[in-house]
Design a protein around this ligand. Structure first.
Ligand code: UN1
Length: 505
């Protein structure tokens, strides 16, 4: 079956109407073979504005529904995802190019966050705080926030929306989703499943969740609308630099998940078998197109030759090919532009003295319109400029170190701060890396690569990564507004700070 035929049959199976992806102006190609797999109708700006209006109305009703009941909607959505995991996972593979295992993993991540959000729907709690005044109580309450705009990227085309939306719905918010223009088909399918869940729930206010399809200009309509108090945007630092100031201008909240340039330190005591596996999954998995992909490897001089030789062998033999084939571990890059960026960075690295293994295009005869590459391992003499950039491709820069403090300093000397890891069996080294003086990232791991985070923890990072946190822990607070309440149940009116302010009246 051609990719286009299979995509169409999966979309129909998942409940998407053909009119949504045929005959429109937004052309979508599969990175597997470059074939056109969808022509979507784009949402005009006026319809985006109308959708925001409907979402705002839906929010007013939804916020009154008890949170555990709101959780029921998310539970039903989780059921739809469980029942359709194979189909949606395969569609992720066809549209985003990740291997089937990772397509399925992405849907599993959606199921996991639904389960998490259902539990959370009974745990949206605030604090009770001691007050300085007799006969008073002070507490914090958390209330639904409003319409949440979600802008997602091609590499996690459906999971990122779910991390946001599952929490936002239980928190009492409405959502408007602008998926990447490279991967709108998986968004159509996900939203169709959500609508099935909403129909089973019964009584979901119309417009509680909307999907808008198109380019950056409709994203801007969402970002600039004063009825949208929070924008959660995942993508490049360049995108974040556009979105952040626009939100700041109208004092809206930003939850930004931007670039990563994730590093790993391999210490003398490291278990090298584990390290090789951890490095491989993190650096070449998803063809290096995760924001948590491993891009910089600092190896202690005493294990450098052994580890790098093993990595070179692994890089030479890791199966690259169609992500639909069993056994493939590295699928295609998303498009030609990604391939060209990769080659440009490899050129810059070579000019700076880098020695590269791999990086070349493969399978171009079989797939002339798709971009498969052998992952690149680049031994660098130092952390030059190109190493400090995020190139969204399977390039791993390797640097040698002798002193852990120097390695940590180099590790932190990049503008991004998403994820990081250390491989060591020495408690002192591990704890140093985890300490205040260690990694400056939002995610810091020991004996695990930087990618593949579970949903239970807060996900996000520092510096140019944008500072947002989504998914687990207390990330839900971003989707609610906090009210501090002081209640006086006494018969007098003492003022805070002991202020006397009396009148005879
Ligand atoms: C992303 O690449 O945008 O940690 C997110 C991971 C995934 C999330 C990646 N859970 O690799």
């Amino acid at each position: 079956m051609t990719t286009a035929r299979e995509v169409s049959s999966l979309l129909v199976q998942l409940g998407v109407d053909r009119s949504a992806y045929e005959g429109g102006t937004l052309i979508v190609r599969s990175p597997i073979d470059g074939a056109i797999i969808g022509q979507l109708r784009e949402t005009p700006a006026a319809e985006v504005t109308a959708a925001i209006g409907r979402a705002q109305q839906a929010f007013l009703a939804w916020r009154e529904i008890p949170a555990p009941r709101r959780g029921e909607l998310v539970r039903l959505f989780g059921e739809e995802l469980r029942a359709n995991k194979d189909a949606l996972g395969r569609l992720v593979t066809l549209e985003a190019g990740k291997i089937v295992q990772e397509g399925l993993g992405e849907v599993q991540e959606m199921i996991d966050i639904c389960d998490y959000a259902v539990g959370l729907s009974r745990q949206l709690y605030g604090l009770t705080i001691a007050t300085e005044r007799p006969g008073h109580v002070m507490r914090e309450t958390w209330h639904p926030l409003g319409v949440v705009g979600i802008i997602s990227a091609f590499n996690f085309p459906v999971a990122v929306w779910s991390w946001n939306a599952a929490l936002a719905f239980v928190c009492g918010d409405a959502c408007i989703w602008k998926p990447s223009e490279k991967t709108p088909l998986t968004a159509l399918a996900t939203h169709a499943l959500f609508e099935k869940a909403a129909a089973r729930f019964g009584g979901v206010p119309a417009g509680l969740s909307a999907l808008i399809i198109g380019q950056r200009d409709i994203g801007e309509v969402l970002v600039d609308d004063p009825r949208v108090p929070l924008i959660s945007a995942t993508g490049s630092t360049r995108m974040g630099r556009e979105v952040g100031p626009r939100l700041a201008k109208r004092f809206a909240r930003a939850l930004l998940e931007l670039g990563g340039n994730n590093g790993m330190i391999v210490c003398p005591s490291a278990d090298l078998d584990l390290a090789v596996r951890g490095i491989l999954f993190a650096a070449v998995g998803t063809a290096g197109q995760r924001c948590t992909s491993l891009r910089r490897l600092f190896v202690h001089a005493s294990v450098y030759d052994t580890l790098v030789d093993r990595l070179k062998r692994a890089y030479g033999s890791v199966p690259v090919g169609s992500p639909l084939e069993t056994g493939t571990l590295v699928g295609p890059l998303i498009d030609r532009a990604a391939y060209e960026m990769m080659q440009k960075s490899l050129g810059a690295a070579a000019e700076a003295g880098g020695k590269t293994v791999g990086g070349d295009r493969v399978l171009s005869e079989q797939f002339p319109d798709a971009f498969y590459v052998r992952p690149a391992l680049v031994e660098m003499p130092s952390q030059v400029e190109v190493v400090c950039h995020e190139t969204f491709a399977p390039i791993l820069y390797v640097l040698r170190y002798t002193d852990l403090a120097d390695a940590i300093a180099l590790h932190n000397a990049v503008p991004q701060g998403l994820s990081s890891s250390i491989f060591t069996t020495d408690l002192r080294e591990a704890e140093t890396f985890l300490s205040a003086a260690g990694s400056d990232c939002g995610i810091v791991n020991v004996n695990i690569g930087p990618s593949g985070a579970e949903i239970g923890g807060a996900f996000g990072g520092e510096k140019e990564t944008g500072g947002g946190r989504e998914s687990g822990s207390d990330s839900w607070r971003a989707y609610m507004r906090r009210a501090t309440n002081t209640v006086n149940y006494s018969r007098s009116l003492p003022l805070a700070q002991g202020i006397k302010f009396e009148v005879d009246a």
